[in-house]
Design a protein around this ligand. Structure first.
Ligand SMILES: [Zn+2]
Ligand SMILES: [Zn+2]
Length: 331
């Protein structure tokens, strides 16, 4: 008898390149599901593992925007059945007992499991996921198109909610998350200003094509002061730039898991009740809310399909800013 095997791309350690490997097929236990991976999005966070900037348990299979089909179930698995299509986001599990879990903030859990970081993720043909933290994917979306909704979409959505009622909204870094958040924000009647790497004409044209009223270099000031700004790019110098672009009482939301150092800036730029806040992870209710909202807009993720074995090249292209929208791996 031969053992069933799965294919995967693995980070062996911080700062190391992805490597293709084969592993024995895992068996789901307890509340877990075994999924056949249909598609998995490539997120900026995965590049932070390549650079050793965000903690992971090595060796690790990255990937936390997973669309998969249930092919086996642990005895305590709930909510799904064999053959169901499910989404697996970054929050793979929370403890359920920490003060944060008990107060509706499982995104800040003291003992969490993160998909593709402290548990193997979806850069693979198969993956294990806790059924209690999986999400249902709206039928209107294909597998590849749905994948970016699971991190870029729903963490972007958490950032948008945190930005508050802002009618005039700035988005710094116009990639996977921003191009989805822009669609939601415009549908909500907000005026959206996009800020890209200086000289990134292609990203600026892409932002305008989605309905952004202005798309300019990130070191420029917008035509109108912003009520709030969300920073998706992992570049600390954007924080003081965004603070200068928001009006009195304005909020700057940092949506990334990692950022380079924030340069010093004069207190006058923060004065008059401007604020800086960060977004961490997601809750299951963020996921359910966003996936209910997305088909109403309707959000349409712009995706580039990439073969699983080319994941390393996809990460490099993401680093270079060569994707418009999001890259999605297909096994
Ligand atoms: Zn992500
Ligand atoms: Zn907890």
């Amino acid at each position: 008898m031969t053992t069933a095997m799965m294919k995967a791309m693995v980070f062996e350690g911080p700062g190391q390149p992805l490597r293709a490997c084969e592993r024995p097929m895992p068996v789901p236990e307890g509340p877990d599901l075994l999924l056949e991976v249909c598609a998995c999005g490539v997120c900026r966070t995965d590049l932070h593992f390549a650079d050793g900037e965000v903690y992971a348990r090595y060796p690790v299979i990255p990937g936390h925007e997973i669309v998969g089909r249930v092919i086996a179930m642990g005895e305590q698995a709930t909510g799904f059945t064999l053959g169901d299509r499910v989404g697996v986001p970054w929050l793979g599990r929370s403890c359920g007992t920490s003060p944060y879990c008990c107060s509706g903030r499982e995104n800040l859990c003291d003992d969490p499991v993160y998909t593709g970081a402290t548990r193997d993720g979806g850069y693979a043909s198969h993956v294990i996921a806790d059924s209690r933290f999986c999400l249902s994917i709206p039928d209107v979306y294909g597998d590849v198109e749905a994948a970016p909704l699971l991190c870029a979409g729903l963490i972007g959505y958490r950032a948008l909610v945190t930005a508050g009622e802002a009618k005039v909204l700035g988005l710094y870094g116009f990639g996977g998350a921003a191009h989805i958040v822009a669609q939601v924000a415009i549908w909500q009647g907000r005026s959206v200003h996009a800020f890209t790497r200086p000289g990134d004409i292609a990203a600026q044209a892409f932002a305008r094509s989605l309905g952004c009223v202005e798309a300019i270099d990130s070191d420029q000031l917008p035509a109108a002061l912003l009520d709030a700004a969300i920073i998706f790019a992992p570049a600390g110098p954007l924080v003081p730039l965004a603070l200068k672009a928001v009006r009195k009482g304005g909020r700057v939301v940092c949506a990334g898991i990692h950022m380079s150092e924030i340069p010093a800036f004069p207190y006058a730029d923060l004065w008059e009740e401007r604020s800086i806040v960060s977004i961490a992870n997601l809750t299951r209710s963020d996921g359910r809310e966003f996936l209910a909202l997305a088909p109403q807009v309707p959000v349409h993720a712009h995706v580039s399909r990439v073969a699983l074995g080319d994941a390393g090249e996809a990460l490099q292209a993401l680093r270079d800013g060569r994707f418009q929208g999001a890259a999605v791996l297909v096994p």
